[in-house]
Design a protein around this ligand. Sequence first.
Ligand code: ZN
Ligand code: ZN
Length: 362
Amino acid sequence: MGETHYARRRRLAALVADRGAAALLVTRLVNVRYLTGLDSSRAALLVPADGPAVLATDGRYAGMAAQVCPELPVVVDRQVAEALVRRAGEDGHGRIGFEAHDLTVEHHTALLGVALPGHAAELVPLGHLVEELRMVKDEEEIGLLREACAVTDRAFEAVLPEIRAGVTERAVAIALERAMVDQGAEGPAFDSIIASGPNGAVPHHHPGGRELQRGDLVTMDFGALYGGYHADMTRTVAIGEPAAWQRDVYDLVHRAQAAALAAALPGADTKDVDAAARDVIAEAGHGEAFTHGLGHGVGLEIHEAPLMGYDKTGKLMDRVPITAEPGVYLTGRGGVRIEDTLVVRAGGPELLTTTTKDLLVL
Ligand code: ZN
Ligand code: ZN
């Protein structure tokens, strides 16, 4: 992994130079992890436009840092950002970019107060540079995501016999999360959503004590965390033979999702991919019932760039993993959502979650 992280830092250094900064102070922990491999609760990284990067972390992680990224000089200090700003001053860097979306106003003020004898270092806010880099994944990352999704598929299959009338939403959530760990996950990638019957009308319903009943549609949104990468899948199943309206809504969402998958090609506008699904749902008269965006990027975070919605701009690129998750939510009746994690590829999307999308009647 050392070379991979080095290559990522070199790409970032080029972006830093483009923005006219001498260095970027990376304080978002997930970004530090992406650039070094160090997974910690306190670290920061100084990436100069020119020259080697410097990592700072506290005593708890010093040993791990030496192991994970032996090529990096490590400053051991509890005040990681302050230590790196001081270091940047000593190294003569003038304009130091910082991650304005991460640093609090209070922390920024503290950094301005770092004494830099003989140097007039300037802190300049820089945008989501590392997040931009993270959007296109290397094959190593896609491999981890592929395994996260495979674990998710296997866990779903293992739990299917337990999804039946009389079982609570919470029990299904726990069974899925346990099955994911049994199948090799580090844990769930996010809080599982299990929404049964009328609760299915709430896209982010928190699983509660409601028992599944015959005649319910049950929406299950869950995923495994593997190697730091987040899988995300939603399937909606029927408990007992579904009513005609339930089948109709299911088929509609299924067709909408297929349309989005077909549109998810390199160069496609994210809002056009959203529209591919949204138009199918709107034409059936349920446009108002699809109340969220089509999907989002996934990787070291469960929600990351690109965000896919009718109000979002941006273009898809080769090797960008995203989700496609249209839904129809009918207040008081229930809902359907179908979601896959996929990788945008030149020849068409590579589906990473492969559980069937035929309506399962349990
Ligand atoms: Zn999801
Ligand atoms: Zn999602």
